[in-house]
Design a protein around this ligand. Sequence first.
Ligand SMILES: NC(=O)c1ccc[n+]([C@@H]2O[C@H](COP(=O)([O-])OP(=O)(O)OC[C@H]3O[C@@H](n4cnc5c(N)ncnc54)[C@H](OP(=O)(O)O)[C@@H]3O)[C@@H](O)[C@H]2O)c1
Length: 400
Amino acid sequence: MSRRLPPSSDRPRSITILGATGSIGRSTLALVAEAPELYRVEAVTAWQRADELAAVARSCSAKLAVIGDERCYPALKERLAGTRIEVAAGMDALVEAAERPAEWVMAAIVGAAGLRPTLAAVRRGAMVALANKECLVCAGALLMREVARHEAVLLPVDSEHNAIWQALAGSERSAVRRLILTASGGPFRRWSLEAMAKATPEQAVSHPNWSMGAKISVDSATMMNKGLEIIEAHHLFGVPEEAIEVVVHPQSIVHSLVSFKDGSLLAQLGEPDMRIPIAYTLGWPARLATTAPELDLCARSGLDFEPPDLERFPALRLARLALRQGGAAPTILNAANEVAVAAFLARRIGFLGIARTVGQVLERLAGAVVDDLDAVVAYDAEARRMAAAVVATIEGCGPS
Ligand SMILES: NC(=O)c1ccc[n+]([C@@H]2O[C@H](COP(=O)([O-])OP(=O)(O)OC[C@H]3O[C@@H](n4cnc5c(N)ncnc54)[C@H](OP(=O)(O)O)[C@@H]3O)[C@@H](O)[C@H]2O)c1
């Protein structure tokens, strides 16, 4: 693998931010704004929010701004008129943004929509800071194979995987007994099933510790997020499903742990602030100075841990099942979940209908091997069709 150098004012790091208008994109830009001499922004992308993208592109002096939805192109073009920033639109343009020669790429598009641009960055051997966990869930084997083939570097952004990556540093993989992913438990940690059946989108997206986009916030509320993270950890660290444990830790201070065969348990701790894991990838292989708050241990007395409740949070069980089944099952799980979460946010189904939809699609759609992009796209599309059909049968049936 070619030697990767940390950013410096003598040698600014060229970077691209896919999903620049989102929660992760903005945290990344906040870090860039703290030390602008260390970076040169090649491209920034968004889906539909042209005003926000134009403002972001101007503020970081990006060379290129790409909007995914072609209908938003005129608005973006108008907002960036008179600047030297290039403007483009459409899925192919998102892929081209990822292909531009940036050394480091933040993959922060939400959902499987991020797969093609992320693959494009991987295939030119970039350092890819991976926030978009759905990529690894729907195409883990393919993505990891391409990372190895093109000598790309995958830098885990998810706070749990970033913590494990830090805890693993310098250790033999054979010394690892298991990985322990911590979960906040989300806003409904103490809610009864009856109360959850009536939960509104507003209640589901109001996370107790983290400020995140709507989709991941709902995933945290169902605990599907932790299920997706089990699959993500399996691919990133090559650990089997049964050696990945989930522990509910409501304070979100211990971001995850590695248990070693000698009995040692190594953890990474910090305030729940995504700038911390993002900074570790942005500066890698060096650590950056940031203004993110330092954890005050004495002010934070009491760290609690408890096992997850699989009765109230069946999504966690479904994700484990999909990983054990292998083949296309994780692709199907992810696609069905994206459709169900969107239906819940649109108030078409109740909160419990999300796991119900995913469970039914997983049961009906068997998965063969998915070892190329065409197969992933085909299973993803089929699962979305089936999930839409399941949603149609349960919507309007009251809390489901
Ligand atoms: N937020 C966190 O703290 C956190 C932590 C760990 C991992 N992650 C992961 O990071 C990813 C991003 O999460 P987020 O919370 O930042 O999401 P978010 O706030 O919803 O932002 C999503 C970004 O992706 C863009 N986008 C949405 N749909 C797209 C599409 N079909 N094609 C291209 N671009 C699209 C959005 O553009 P518009 O603004 O135009 O809609 C926005 O820039 C997710 O995979 C999530 O699981 C997030």
